[in-house]
Design a protein around this ligand. Structure first.
Ligand code: NAD
Length: 321
């Protein structure tokens, strides 16, 4: 029995997460599901984007299915996405990018770097501290090396060590961990890496990088799969994990019922894999592929299906097979 928190959040999170829940419940109707209300809309209504009760529920969950949160550039509002990752110490953000002839796993450090949350404003300047610690770098490099060891045994370290001292530190520690794990390793400056991943995705196996670089790299890599509606991610901590699409709350299409739910449904596949159910995870991916092959696609993929149409088609494939 697992305790699963369902946190759709804002915007299209409210539309895509129900499709993911329908899929998960096919495999595990017996698990305990608890919906929670959090995010920017919650902040506007209640003055609190993440209540201490909700945070407590998140901390006690085994698994969390998370949609997206709107984070306006308003200094009065603090990102709860970053806060949740820190409070639950979900230090590894795994973002698979898989397609015809390529299978990349982006491993993004999730708790420090430029998103360390250590920032302040002075009279005539604002500062954000880019924190890179030995412990933070070692644990992310370790998990990336471990993943590479179970795949094609190659690790690429995305960095900007030529100009950032914090990155030469990250690089040194990552190389040490890769060498300990006995995998091959190479390093690439993040700016040229983004282009090379788009031009030659088959060259890459596991890529490890710091927080913001990983955020940007994975959004860019979504291009390889047809857009942001396609990529899921897993935020792994010590005893629990949170699964969320790479995309945000997409206010430009929210409420229209046309958001692509593939990323959210793929989160269920990652969740099942994390729970040790690889065959079920594969079934979910197969059902997505069959639905796409039938031409059922949301407008971002050039189709006319609604979010609900796509979700129902995936469910019906899973119930048939
Ligand atoms: P976004 O990912 O929400 O949207 C970028 C573009 O991709 C938009 O044109 C959107 O319509 C499209 N898109 C995204 N997901 C889609 C889907 N499933 N189907 C079809 N089209 C999709 O990024 P943004 O516009 O930069 O940010 C919007 C809000 O989301 C901001 O407030 C931002 O802070 C927040 N955000 C949250 C998270 C998170 O919760 N983890 C991540 C990124 C952005």
């Amino acid at each position: 029995m697992k305790k699963v928190i369902i946190a759709p959040g804002d915007g299209i999170g409210q539309e895509v997460i129900p499709c993911a829940v329908d899929v998960l419940k096919i495999f595990h109707p017996e698990w305990e599901y608890q919906p929670v209300y959090l995010g920017y809309e919650c902040w506007k209504r209640t003055g609190d984007a993440l209540s201490s009760r909700t945070l407590d529920l998140l901390k006690k969950a085994d698994l969390i299915l998370f949609g997206a949160i709107t984070t306006p550039p308003d200094p009065a509002y603090h990102s709860i996405v970053l806060r949740i990752r820190k409070e639950l110490d979900l230090y590894a953000n795994l973002r698979p990018v898989v397609g015809d002839g390529f299978d990349i796993l982006i491993v993004r450090e999730n708790t420090e770097g430029l998103y360390s949350g250590i920032e302040w404003q002075e009279k005539d300047r604002a500062c954000t501290l880019r924190l890179v610690t030995e412990a933070g770098s070692r644990r992310i490099a370790k998990i990336a090396s471990h993943c590479a060891n179970r795949r094609r045994r190659h690790l690429t370290i995305g960095n900007k060590a030529n100009v950032l001292r914090s990155d030469s530190y990250f690089l040194k520690i990552s190389i040490e961990e890769a060498e300990k794990a006995g995998i091959s390793v190479d390093k690439k400056y993040i700016d040229s890496l983004v282009l090379d991943v788009l031009q030659h995705p088959a060259r890459y196996d596991v890529i490890v990088t710091t927080n913001m670089f990983g955020d940007i790299l994975s959004d860019a890599a979504a291009y390889l799969e047809g857009g942001l509606g396609m990529l899921p991610s897993a935020n792994i901590g010590h005893h629990q994990a949170l699964f969320e699409p790479v995309h945000g709350s997409a206010p430009d299409i929210a409420g229209k019922g046309i958001a692509n739910p593939v990323a959210a449904i793929r989160c269920v596949s990652l969740l099942l894999k994390y729970a040790g159910e690889r065959p079920n995870a594969l079934k979910v991916e197969e059902a997505i592929q069959k639905t796409l092959a039938e031409g059922i696609r949301t407008p971002d993929l050039g189709g006319r299906a609604t979010t609900a149409d796509f979700g129902k088609a995936v469910v019906s494939h899973l119930l048939k097979d």
